[in-house]
Design a binder for this molecule. Structure first.
Ligand code: ADP
Length: 162
């Protein structure tokens, strides 16, 4: 039987417990998850692509069913090149919906054999985002319950100890 591979794309700047929850739950559904860090993101990132990859690898503890990679260009082309048929995304509040709806429809339009699958955020992470984590850390707030230890350490390096 073919392995079911899902590509989980994003900025992961930095990875949070919200992302890790989606990965963990995704592994209950798919055989393998490729975490694809977007390289051509228009967003200005706090961490470099190499730093983000290192953080993710440490956070997923080198799980053999999880691969960490980068991509640029069209996501659907990248997904097809990996032999995958699924894009995995997490959905939080209604505010995520508009963007995800538009992107999923466009991706389907570009390559109809690739489906986007959404997992709804777990309750504790509904309002957790990489941006809010960066904001809290920059204001010296505690991020301990929001991100894995590797990110806590990296944020302390950038912003000072919280
Ligand atoms: P992007 O710039 O592509 O939105 P992110 O790293 O912010 O990249 O998010 C990647 C994916 O992870 C998105 O599908 C996003 O909705 C999801 N995600 C981020 N934080 C959470 C969370 N707290 N709970 C569930 N999904 C999340």
């Amino acid at each position: 039987m073919n392995k079911q591979i899902a590509v989980y794309p994003g900025s992961f700047d930095p990875i949070t417990y919200g992302h890790l929850d989606i990965i963990e739950r995704g592994l209950e559904v798919f055989d393998q998850i490729i975490i694809a860090v977007a390289r051509n993101s228009e967003k200005k990132s706090l961490f470099s692509t190499a730093e983000r990859i290192g953080h993710i690898e440490e956070a997923v503890d080198n799980n053999p069913r999880v691969i960490v990679d980068t991509f640029d260009g069209l996501l659907v082309d990248y997904v097809a090149s990996k032999g995958a048929k699924v894009i995995l995304r997490g959905l939080r509040a209604v505010s995520d919906f508009e963007y995800e709806f538009q992107t999923a429809q466009m991706n389907h339009n570009l390559k109809s054999e690739i489906e986007t699958v959404f997992l709804i955020t777990s309750v504790p992470y509904g309002y957790l985002s990489s941006s809010i984590v960066k904001e809290v850390a920059s204001l010296q707030g505690s991020v301990e319950s929001l991100v894995p230890p590797v990110i806590k350490k990296a944020l302390e390096k950038k912003f000072g100890k919280t």
